[in-house]
Write a protein that binds this ligand. Sequence first.
Ligand SMILES: [Zn+2]
Length: 148
Amino acid sequence: MHRLQIQIRRQAWSEMIGHCLEAMPREACGLLFGCLSAAGIPAAEHYVPVANAAKNPLHSFELHPQELVRALYAASGKQELVGIVHSHPRAAPYPSDQDLATLWHTTPSHWIVSLRNPSLPEVNAFAFRKRQRENFSLEAISYEIVME
Ligand SMILES: [Zn+2]
């Protein structure tokens, strides 16, 4: 097991999963805001649901542009964007080719909530690591759910 790389508050965790369940059978998406600790570990404190503007929301997601801007504006100066969340209603919690094509490389974490078994959501977090030049790789990161 690799070392801990992000924390998420229980409340944000519950809201993230609740939103993904509500959106079924469509993919849900949202943002996690929080702060970077002194040790450089991001802490996700709040979940903000964002509408899925994809043409085919059963199989993909696209953060609704206006809601995205509104959420980023509301957090600016207070909290940082520490994660982007989306769900896989039927697939495993691993990135699709389309997920890998994201432009949000610098966001510290990318969360995938799989609801293939809705009573037992599976959640994985990933982060892009820059390789040579413009090559990025996506790696699984470990997380911890915290009360505070
Ligand atoms: Zn996906």
